[in-house]
Design a protein around this ligand. Structure first.
Ligand code: CMP
Length: 140
């Protein structure tokens, strides 16, 4: 299995509770390496653009409000089969459905404030990484 990259966000509900380190530790323990990381306040324009795929969903407006409600930590993660590895570490979108040992089971507050985002395919990972990072900010 090849070493690949994925994109991760530690969301405002997690940064508010000072869980950046705890979440990152779980990602590292899952075999992922943080090769880029920055803490930012997402602008409304960024949040709308990033989640544009969900623009017709009923939760879109609330999601944009939530993602701009506090700092987020955007990260590039590297590892063997990074997209799947990260999604396995995160657990199901709804923490009520998340398996024991996953980040969302441990920390998510609800289906919206679910602590982490992770790309769902290698193609989307490349798009999402480029949305937040220049090439020279990623040091593997
Ligand atoms: P994420 O993996 O970042 O992708 C889209 C986000 O929308 C998701 O995590 C949740 O934060 C949010 N989301 C998904 N489904 C719902 C829902 N049914 N209600 C509210 N928010 C949702």
């Amino acid at each position: 299995m090849a070493t690949t990259r994925t994109f991760s966000i530690i969301k405002p509900d997690a940064t508010r509770r000072n869980l950046t380190g705890a979440v990152t530790k779980m990602l590292e323990e899952a075999g992922l390496r943080v090769v880029a990381s920055k803490r930012i306040m997402m602008t409304e324009e960024q949040a709308k653009g990033f989640y544009e795929v969900h623009k017709d969903r009923p939760f879109y407006g609330e999601l944009v409000t939530f993602m701009t409600s506090g700092p987020v930590v955007v990260q590039v993660l590297e590892g063997e089969d990074a997209v799947k590895r990260n999604r396995d570490a995160m657990g199901a979108t709804n923490p009520a459905d998340a398996a024991e040992g996953t980040i969302r089971k441990a920390y998510a507050e609800n289906i919206e404030a679910n602590s982490v985002h992770g790309s769902d395919s290698e193609e989307n990972a490349a798009t999402e990484i480029a949305f937040f990072f220049n090439k020279d900010e990623i040091v593997g």
